[in-house]
Design a protein around this ligand. Structure first.
Ligand SMILES: [Mg+2]
Length: 243
């Protein structure tokens, strides 16, 4: 069983790890609330039925997903249109998250791991998610997980996931947490796009097969470690401690 090495506390304090968790399929599943809310939004605003059916969502930012739906529905994307979509989507999502849905819940091992990590001095917990910041908050508030995360980068910060690592680093810096090396960031996600994001940043990567992709697919994508779920804590902590 892994135990923290207190005798090495001084050297561990020298490096600080920023852990960046994806939300959907990694921390929680909202039981299809996002897709239902997006479809309702497009139906109400543009009278388009099932606008998001067939659009890939896993690992993509909300902005990318909405862009594709707008193109598919032949609706011109303007700043005003995007603001209205986001506003309406937040409202619909707040309603939909209350409803039951398939596999809705916190993923196995997540709460125990967050509790364990949140009291470690050489770790900061953050988010790296394609969700808009507003809907990320609604989701994590609903499941009672918001208080674990001190900073984050969101789909409302950039259109492409890979741009979010630097933004998360800047947000951590505002809290006084200086990340000196790319390997002092550990990204946790459930899709090949999370893996690609970590590889582009040169950071550590732990993939979890609690979303749409199994361990084999995540390993094939290049994940440093791929776990069935976050109950499998030891390889995760070994990766965290690795220089
Ligand atoms: Mg995900």
């Amino acid at each position: 069983m892994w135990q923290p090495d207190e005798s090495n506390e001084c050297s561990r304090r020298m490096s600080h790890t920023l852990l960046l968790f994806d939300i959907d399929g990694t921390l929680i599943l909202s039981g299809g609330a996002g897709l239902r809310a997006l479809n309702k939004t497009f139906h109400e605003l543009f009278q388009v039925q099932d606008a998001f059916t067939g659009i890939t969502t896993a690992g993509r930012t909300d902005g990318e997903i909405i862009d594709e739906a707008l193109r598919k529905s032949q609706i011109t994307s303007t700043e005003a249109v995007l603001v209205e979509i986001q506003r309406r989507y937040e409202g619909r999502f707040t309603e939909e998250i209350q409803l039951p849905g398939p596999r809705k819940g916190i993923m196995p091992g997540v709460e125990d791991l967050l509790k364990f990590l949140s009291v470690r001095r050489n770790v900061t917990l953050g988010l790296l998610t394609g969700n808009f910041q507003s809907t990320a908050k609604i989701k994590l508030d609903y499941f009672g997980l918001s208080h674990y995360f001190l900073c984050g980068a969101y789909g409302s910060d950039a259109l492409h996931r890979n741009a979010l690592v630097d933004i998360a680093k800047q947000r951590a810096k505002l809290l006084g947490i200086e990340i000196l090396s790319a390997r002092d960031i550990l990204i946790v996600g459930d899709t090949p796009l999370d893996v690609a994001c970590a590889r582009a940043a040169g950071s550590k990567m732990a993939a979890v097969a609690t979303g749409q992709f199994d361990v084999v697919a995540l390993e094939k994508a290049g994940a440093e470690i791929a776990l069935e779920d976050l109950r499998d804590r030891q390889p995760f902590l070994e990766l965290l401690e690795e220089p």
